[in-house]
Write a protein that binds this ligand. Sequence first.
Ligand SMILES: [Zn+2]
Length: 60
Amino acid sequence: MFKGNKKSLPVRYCKTCNKPMSWRKKWEKCWNEVLYCSERCRRQRSAQHKDDAQNAERNQ
Ligand SMILES: [Zn+2]
């Protein structure tokens, strides 16, 4: 914990790679929606979801 060091910015961990992401100005409006550190992680995650959906379809 470091206290009294400027303003502490919120930190979030990427859903895909668990990397800590510090708050960025460009995320000011959508910080609550930021889940991934990069476009790559975002795609990786949605690709997994796609596979899950395909598997589910196959089982029907
Ligand atoms: Zn990531």
